[in-house]
Design a protein around this ligand. Structure first.
Ligand code: ADA
Length: 565
């Protein structure tokens, strides 16, 4: 059976998904110190699930208190939250054990508590408060939902537990480097077995330094991972009553001479940006919908998806590994201003988030690029310090992948020197320069040409270039013989023009069209540029119903149009 990786086959794990007791409070001013007597818990809520898509709390902001019971048999515990929003305080037996201020990010909390029955409460707050949740602001162009977006697990830990592994491809002929991170009572040396795939276990003894051990090995039957042939390997480490199983792919990725090379061969990335969103589920997408999204990406002939603008569901990454879809993974950020970039709370949130993201996804072969700060103020001189710090930190945490960020600052951007891949979000012909032009599709090619010429003049010719967003709004079902803005026709014509450009220019390493599906956005006057209060640039609408543009893009990405079919 395939499920989330890593797995801990010998560990007692409480899967806490299901129906929890619930109560909502719009008035709670300090959710870290709730007035427990005022909480009735007479409602029920699904976990995972968000409270602000359901009547009667749809669209409301406040604190949702989720409560369940769990019976433990050991005292070293780890609570794994695979993603929630926007902010949460976690209580065991009414004692605060952790605060999660990193929306969408998988985090965990370690704590001790005597074996027995416990009350677990997660107080989730969805108010837009920069002090509490510096990583999500009112102006972000997607709805900040309140609730537990993804699975919750409680792990009972051994005295010395295997926490996670990093598996690196050292050579394409099957040599890998493995690093195991341990916690608890950690020995100086560890004897364990290591089993790759169905091979016989190998006995290994390794020294433990600063809570981790490392070794190298060669696979007996190496098979490369690629989008065309997404072959996966597993490795299992085991000692006494502890074991960890991780899945990985044998592949390399690097930026060189203006190209991205996967297993030494140049890539052309054809894909879309993807929000995890649905009108009924918000970001708490059921597995079937994740699978359906992958099915649509494959139907479109995408080999690439940009996980905009936060860490995607870990099960989605598992599916991308399995189906050979390359992923740009990025942390939360959206148009952050200089005031944010220089704010200590925002900076600390960004750094903490990066650490979790890298450790959660290190072994996914599908993840080939790491990004940060979508459309941050990359013209700001004081803001540059955070770009420097995040770039350096990403390289330190994960030297195996190229890094990038999506800029909308064109020739005014001052940070492109810091990254391996230059990425531009551009909407020529949509947010048009000439506001009087009727159907200004002619703006697309010159705008991209100008930027490419500038980039190469600046000496960035060796950096691959990705159009990380480009698109137009099309309202599902709105057909118009004028082929005007907001019609499905204009969107299809626009993306036809874009795809012709991307596919015929070698200097463009790839594209992530904006966007895969429509999604709910602002609940304020910001929505005046967003009919229905949705971002309508999806190739499918919010219920995944394909628009005209879907077929246009499918015909380009599949090569049908280039072959004259
Ligand atoms: C930006 C942003 C996207 C979306 C897009 C748009 O480029 O990164 O999240 O808001 O604009 O639709 O205008």
């Amino acid at each position: 059976m395939e499920s989330l990786f890593p797995q801990f086959p010998l560990r007692r794990i409480h899967q806490l998904d299901g129906i929890w007791e619930f109560c909502f409070s719009a008035a709670c001013t300090d959710p870290e110190n709730p007035d427990w007597n005022a909480l009735a818990f007479d409602d029920r809520m699904a976990v995972p699930g968000v409270f602000d898509t359901l009547p009667p709390d749809a669209g409301r902001r406040g604190t949702g208190f989720y409560r369940t019971k769990v019976v433990t048999s050991s005292d070293r515990l780890r609570l794994k939250l695979n993603g929630l929003g926007l902010w949460a305080a976690v209580f065991l037996d009414r004692k605060l054990i952790g605060v999660d201020d990193l929306p969408y990010t998988g985090v965990s909390f370690d704590f001790t508590s005597a074996a027995g029955e416990h009350e677990l409460v997660i107080a989730v707050d969805n108010r837009l408060d920069f002090q509490r949740t510096p990583l999500f602001s009112q102006w972000y162009d997607y709805y900040g939902h309140g609730g537990i977006y993804r699975s919750v697990e409680l792990h009972e830990l051994a005295a010395c537990s295997f926490d996670r592994m990093e598996v690196r491809t050292l050579s394409l002929d099957g040599r890998v480097g493995v690093k195991l991170f341990l916690s608890g009572t950690v020995p100086e040396t560890l004897e364990f077995t290591c089993t790759f795939d169905n091979e016989a276990p190998r006995a290994i003894t390794a020294a433990v330094t600063e809570g981790a051990l490392e070794f190298e090995a060669r696979l007996a039957n190496p098979a490369l991972w690629s989008p065309e042939s997404p072959q996966l390997h597993t490795v299992r480490l085991e000692a006494g009553n502890e074991a960890i199983v991780e899945r990985f792919g044998l592949r390399t990725i690097r930026a060189e001479k203006g190209r991205l090379l996967l297993n030494d061969a140049p890539l052309k990335l054809l894909g879309v940006c993807r929000h995890e969103t649905h009108p009924q589920f918000g970001p708490a997408l059921p597995l079937q919908l994740l699978r359906e999204d992958v099915a649509f990406l494959r139907e479109l002939h995408c080999n690439f998806v940009r996980g905009s603008h936060y860490q995607q569901d870990p099960r989605f990454l598992d599916l991308c590994d399995r189906f050979g879809i390359l992923v740009w993974e990025e942390g939360i950020g959206w148009g952050d201003t200089e005031a944010h970039l220089t704010d200590p709370g925002f900076q600390s949130g960004q750094l903490r988030q990066q650490k979790w993201i890298v450790s959660n996804s290190f072994n996914h072969p599908s993840v080939i690029l790491r990004g940060f700060l979508n459309e941050g103020d990359s013209e700001s001189v004081p803001g540059r310090a955070l770009y420097e710090t995040l770039a350096a930190e990403l390289r330190r945490l994960d030297p195996t992948r190229p890094i990038t960020y999506a800029s909308n600052h064109y020739e005014r951007d001052i940070n492109f020197d810091l990254v391996d891949v230059i990425s531009l979000n551009a909407y020529p012909g949509w947010y048009a320069e000439d506001r009087e032009a009727v159907r200004p599709l002619g703006e697309i090619a010159p705008a991209l040409d100008r930027f490419i010429a500038w980039m190469d003049q600046q000496g960035f010719g060796d950096k691959p270039f990705i159009v990380s967003e480009i698109g137009a709004g099309g309202i599902y079902g709105w057909r118009d013989r004028f082929r005007a803005h907001w019609s499905e026709e204009y969107q299809a014509d626009y993306l036809d023009e874009v795809c012709r450009y991307i596919l015929s220019h070698d200097r463009v390493t790839g594209v992530a069209l904006w966007q895969y599906c429509d999604g709910r956005t602002y609940s304020s006057a910001y929505a005046l540029g967003r009919p229905r209060a949705f971002n309508n640039k999806g190739l499918v609408d919010e219920y995944r119903r394909p628009k005209l543009a879907f077929e246009t893009v499918r015909r380009h990405f599949s090569g049908e149009i280039a072959q004259g079919r």
